[in-house]
Design a protein around this ligand. Structure first.
Ligand code: THG
Length: 266
């Protein structure tokens, strides 16, 4: 499972202040703690700082990459912030994200050609986020064609079927689970990713819903996830899930984590 750490996001209390104050040690420490906890990629999102987003993104990429050596997910709706982040990034970055929306495609295509990043592609288009699995799948196939045409290998593609809260649509979890299975079955190379938190929006004890969903999604073929890696229960569940799904020969990874005292039952 590829774990993308979500903690460097200015919508989380304290992060915007650290960016505003150019607090190098705070940011580097948060990046290091996520990597030590198991993150393979660090997401960087300064979307709440609309007036300084591009420059903040550049500063964060530089600051984080001088402390850790995993790739960063440059997470923004703003093409200029994406460009600044990708330009500053050493090695292959992850671009988060392209969608099937025509304006977004037009803005992002040049960045793909210039920087050759891995790409997270959200399965939405000019019609918005689909309710059903089939439309998500159809959009994902169009995005695969588009990304292939831009020279991105399938192994560098991460399809994100976009969760909606089950509190407002009780079939939303099922639709995403079906979409994960369909996308994964269409190609061995293409990855499927999602952010964990949206599904539980509007419900109490959100962690329970997120944890249950994570394991069901893994069983459907989810192979990458955006989450809080400092949550030991979540990371432990991923280890348990990998062992249960035959992704961990002799349960070696699970046992190693146990001996390192990394597994949490709650
Ligand atoms: N897909 C893609 N990118 C994304 C998302 C997605 N980027 C943004 C978002 N969704 C994922 N990032 C976050 C970042 C922080 C939180 C939720 C999603 C968050 N964190 C709290 C914290 O860390 O304090 C609480 C964490 C918790 O208790 O679980 O709320 O879906 N491609």
């Amino acid at each position: 499972m590829l774990i993308v750490g979500e903690k460097i996001n200015t919508s989380i209390p304290g992060i915007s202040e650290a960016v505003e104050g150019k607090d190098v040690l705070f940011i580097q420490n948060l990046a290091k703690r996520q990597v030590e906890a198991g993150a393979n990629v660090i997401d960087v999102n300064v979307g709440t700082r609309i007036h300084t987003e591009a420059e903040d993104m550049r500063w964060l990429v530089k600051t984080i990459q001088s402390a850790i050596d995993v790739p960063l997910s440059i997470d923004s709706p703003n093409p200029e912030a994406l460009r600044m982040g990708l330009k500053e990034h050493k090695g292959r970055a992850m671009l988060n994200s392209i969608t099937g929306e025509s304006k977004r495609v037009k803005d992002i295509l040049p960045l793909l050609k210039e920087f050759r990043p891995s790409v997270i592609a959200l399965t939405m288009d000019d019609g918005g986020i689909p309710q059903d699995a089939e439309t998500r799948y159809q959009i994902s196939q169009r995005l695969v064609q588009l990304l292939s045409g831009a020279g991105i290998p399938e192994d560098n593609m991460y399809m994100d079927p976009l969760m909606r809260p089950i509190s407002t649509d009780s079939e939303a979890g099922l639709a995403v689970l079906d979409a994960i299975g369909k996308i994964k079955n269409s190609s061995k190379e293409i990855h499927v990713i999602c952010g964990l938190s949206n599904i539980s929006f509007g419900l109490p004890k959100r962690g329970l819903i997120n944890q249950a969903f994570l394991l069901m999604a893994m069983a459907q073929g989810l192979d990458s996830v955006i989450l809080d890696p400092l949550d030991r229960k979540l990371i432990s569940l991923i280890k348990a899930g990998e062992a249960l799904l035959g992704k961990d020969k002799y349960c070696a990874g699970y046992l190693r984590a146990f001996r390192a005292d990394e597994l949490a039952e709650e």
